[in-house]
Design a binder for this molecule. Structure first.
Ligand SMILES: Nc1nc2c([nH]c(=O)n2[C@H]2C[C@H](O)[C@@H](COP(=O)(O)OP(=O)(O)OP(=O)(O)O)O2)c(=O)[nH]1
Length: 157
């Protein structure tokens, strides 16, 4: 069984997830050095070849942040730390909504282990260079607004 949302219409809804009507998909706007991670789906056929934010369905008893950490570990082989939720909620297919959290890589190099066949790190000006799933575009636009500045060339820590 998959965990479901209470009020898919309420963008202020952060953590309640009990409505039997809607499946919550939690995805990560994973940032590293001023770039956003994009993942190309390998399945199902109708989504294959399109790009998305990595993540997956909230499982019963999990917080969204826990789900995100689990999904990024399973799909990409990395450890990540969730940050803020990106305000908003985006309908996917009927009965599914997308919620997005920012995330920062703690360790590992992302690899397309599950559900994806290619990964790319995109700078702000490269964000339109991949064919995002239509339903992800508003979330990606919001994620872009929060893209941390890349360290300046030659900058010292
Ligand atoms: N992860 C993710 N899924 C998305 C996005 N946009 C979008 O339409 N989807 C769809 C694809 C899938 O139908 C559904 C998420 O399912 P999934 O297959 O990624 O989730 P999962 O890992 O929990 O799936 P499962 O294999 O355990 O069933 O939402 C997105 O940005 N990220």
């Amino acid at each position: 069984m998959t965990e479901r949302a209470t009020d898919p219409a309420d963008p202020t809804e952060h953590h309640r997830a009990t409505d039997p009507g809607v499946v919550v998909v939690v995805a990560g706007a994973v940032y590293d050095r001023g770039r956003l991670l994009a993942a190309r789906r390998s399945a199902p056929a109708e989504l294959a070849g399109r790009w998305e934010l990595p993540g997956g369905k909230l499982e019963p008893g999990e917080s969204p942040e826990e789900a995100l950490v689990r999904e990024l570990r399973e799909e990409l082989g990395v450890e990540a730390e969730p940050g803020e939720r990106i305000p908003g909620e985006w309908p996917l297919k009927p009965g599914y909504v997308l919620r997005v959290w920012t995330a920062r890589l703690l360790s590992g190099v992302p690899r397309p282990l599950e559900d994806h066949d290619e990964l790319r790190w995109l700078s702000r000006r490269e964000l339109d260079s991949v064919d995002w799933l239509d339903q992800d575009r508003p979330a990606v636009a919001e994620a872009a607004l929060r893209l941390p500045q890349a360290p300046a060339d030659g900058a010292h820590d």
